[in-house]
Design a protein around this ligand. Structure first.
Ligand code: SAH
Length: 221
């Protein structure tokens, strides 16, 4: 069977071996995408939109690399993973080595610094329109950095030609729709997941809360 047609369960099984953050940094919202969610996302992106096999992929806020690695398994020709955190990138590189993956490069960069003021300014930097597809699980934006997920989407739209696939708190769905309209891009909610995150508002208690998260496609065309 062609790698690109790898079955969902098989992909999920492979992604179980991806190591996650040693010491997750709450302020950077380091919540790894579970193998189940990652495989469902990637499988849908490939089977419904054909946006991975034979494509170049950008993974913004790549963390330990589960979305980059899964993209390669589904036939991406090249992946660039960008993250601000050096320690996350070290874990990611180790994962790539363990999987013998050579066509993924990693770059340490703060996405907020390369996000354009306006998504229509396609010539803002050297990454403009350099990738077919962007796949990401961005920080959702806590009290401290509200709106950071939209900075990631803007950066993704500027750097890709096809589409940006992303995860966002379902409670922000109407805001996302409004932004997509303002930017002149299409938006489609592809599904919904339950996500466990640390409750950062209860500073001194290590509480975990379950939130609804939308799986969203922003179309550039
Ligand atoms: N994509 C990974 C990690 C998701 S967690 C996965 O799916 O498992 C969000 C990631 O965004 C973390 O790795 C965090 O370090 C990174 N991040 C947070 N703020 C960032 C910023 N301003 N620029 C780049 N990366 C950032």
């Amino acid at each position: 069977m062609a790698v690109s047609r790898m079955k969902l369960k098989k992909l999920e099984g492979h992604l179980q071996s991806v190591e996650v953050f040693d010491n997750p940094k709450i302020l950077l919202e380091q919540y790894p995408t579970t193998p189940h969610i990652a495989s469902v996302m990637l499988h849908e992106i490939q089977t419904k939109f054909n946006d991975i096999d034979g494509c170049t992929v950008l993974d913004l806020g790549c963390g330990c690399g589960v979305l980059s690695i899964g993209s390669v398994m589904l036939g991406a020709t090249y992946v660039l993973g960008i993250d601000v955190d050096e320690e996350a990138l070290e874990v990611c590189q180790k994962n790539l080595d363990d999987f013998d993956i050579l066509n993924v490069d990693l770059l340490q960069q703060d996405i907020v610094n390369i996000s354009p003021k306006d998504v229509k300014c396609a010539s803002e930097n050297i990454f403009s329109k350099k990738f077919d597809t962007v796949i990401m699980n961005p920080p959702f934006g806590t009290k401290k950095n509200a709106g950071i997920d939209m900075e990631f989407v803007k950066a993704g739209l500027m750097m890709s030609t096809n589409a940006v696939y992303s995860l966002h708190k379902s409670s922000t769905r109407e805001h996302l729709r409004k932004k997509a309209k303002d930017w002149g891009v299409s938006i489609e909610i592809l599904g919904q997941f339950k996500f466990e995150i640390a409750d950062t508002f209860k500073c001194h208690k290590q509480k975990v809360v379950c939130i609804d998260v939308d799986f969203v496609r922003f179309g550039n065309k």
